[in-house]
Design a protein around this ligand. Structure first.
Ligand SMILES: [Zn+2]
Length: 449
């Protein structure tokens, strides 16, 4: 927080500097974090102006007040300014100028502002900061008009390498290494498909991590992505490298095979699997031999049901014995179905894109059903398959150009990892299990579950 305040001050300082003032930075106020967000007071070198150093044009060079603040609940920038002495007409004109650069409907509590006023309340300059990376400034020109600028503070990305000995939970270990708790979250996400840290992390294991940290004006600002991470454990070793795409969130092993599984382990939290995939089952309601082409998850009515993979909703609505059904078409020839739902998630409709893990409906007992459960079906190339058998297939491996770009990056990242010295169990590295090759089959259009 403190460093943010300093940054605000420095950035603001530059504005005044080009207007001919001189910046004097007061110590940052300690105490409330909200206070710390408010930029330190900046005093204009008024004496300089009076000496006649700023004589060009009619730009008001003398400012009497520099109020600043943070937008509070129920407050607008206009009300904040006028409460602190700005003349309403002047504030209005400054805001009109700024609104060419910023939609004030997106104004939020916590945004900060700084103004420079003449003794009669005329605004000379106004700065509105929406994030440490962005601010807007309106300034009154020689022509008595406000001009506005939208400034993006460049973010510098630096690569950092670190060893994290496991001394307890992943979170405790990351903290003990003096790192951000957020890094623990990122690491848990990288290895989410292979390591259950709450069960498997053993004291004595270690992590090597190469990650990005973002800097604003040379000061640490926030954590970036994990670029490479290696877990060296008594039970095995795993390594993951971030996908070569900008803003990619997928991780791959050294060979370019995905660490991510195609499907969630289950579409909902459940008490037990009450019926498995069985092509010869005796139907519990119909009492006839009728295949059970899916998995039944016993769970209370209302339990959220999640899309097992990214996809496009194919069907939403009641469908015979299925009761309320949602079907989703995924890539690689897969389609999933979720039956007997009590209701659908708000806004879920055919043709809509859904993400893996997105709630699409809620467990119920609609249709041909003997109690609250989710019937989950999976088709591959139009044929029902056992979802439990497909649980562990991975997303497709990188290939072609992507793989070539990835291989070049991985070499450098591997070197960085190797330079991180750790004391860890000597386990032979375990590569991710063989991912299934992507299917070339076309979409399956039928949706009967
Ligand atoms: Zn079923």
């Amino acid at each position: 927080m403190i460093s943010v305040a300093i940054l605000l001050g420095l950035a603001f300082g530059r504005i005044w500097t080009h207007r001919g003032g001189e910046v004097e930075e007061a110590p940052v106020a300690s105490g409330s974090p909200m206070l710390a967000l408010v930029a330190p007071r900046i005093r204009m070198a008024l004496d300089g102006a009076r000496d006649g150093r700023f004589v060009e044009g009619s730009t008001p060079a003398v400012t009497d007040l520099q109020p600043s603040g943070t937008i509070e609940p129920g407050q607008t920038l206009f009300s904040a300014l006028t409460e602190r002495g700005a003349a309403p007409a002047s504030a209005q004109r400054a805001l009109v100028a700024l609104s060419a650069k910023f939609d004030f409907r997106r104004s939020r509590v916590g945004h900060t502002w700084e103004a420079s006023l003449q003794s009669d309340g005329t605004l000379v300059a106004l700065k509105y900061q929406t994030s440490p990376e962005r601010y807007l400034e309106a300034s009154l020109g020689a022509d008595a008009r406000f001009s506005a600028v939208d400034v993006r503070v460049p973010v510098e990305r630096r690569t950092q390498a670190v060893a994290i000995p496991i001394i307890g939970s992943l979170w405790e270990s990351v903290e003990a290494a003096g790192l951000d708790a957020q890094l623990a979250q990122s690491l848990a996400a990288v290895f989410q498909w292979d390591i259950d840290f709450s069960q498997q992390a053993v004291v004595g294991d270690a992590l090597r991590v190469v990650y990005e940290r973002h800097f604003l004006d040379g000061k640490p600002y926030r954590l970036g992505d994990v670029l490479a991470a290696e877990y060296l454990g008594a039970r095995g070793a795993w390594v993951g490298f971030r996908s070569p795409e900008e803003d990619g969130t997928d991780y791959f092993n050294a060979k370019g095979e995905s660490l991510s599984k195609l499907f969630l382990a289950a579409p909902c939290r459940y008490r037990r699997i009450s019926s498995k995939f069985d092509p010869n089952r005796l139907h519990p309601v119909l009492k006839i031999r009728r295949p059970h082409l899916g998995v039944d998850y016993a769970a209370p009515t209302g339990t959220p049901v999640r899309a097992v993979a990214d996809g496009v909703v194919g069907f939403v609505g009641p469908k015979g014995g299925n009761g309320n059904l949602v079907s989703i078409k995924h890539g690689y020839g897969y389609e999933s179905g979720y039956a007997h739902l009590s209701r659908f998630a708000r806004g879920i409709k055919a043709g809509q894109r859904v993400e893996q893990g997105q709630v699409i409906g809620f467990v119920g007992n609609t249709g041909l059903s003997t109690g609250a459960h989710l019937h989950f079906g999976l088709k591959h190339d139009g044929t029902f398959v056992d979802p439990l058998e497909r649980r562990d297939i991975r997303r497709p491996a990188l290939k072609g150009r992507q793989l070539a770009a990835y291989a070049r990056r991985v070499g450098a990242l591997r070197d960085l990892l190797d330079k991180i010295s750790v004391t860890a169990p000597a386990a032979s590295p375990t590569e991710a299990s063989d991912p299934a090759p992507p299917s070339a089959a076309s979409w399956d259009e039928s949706g009967d579950f």
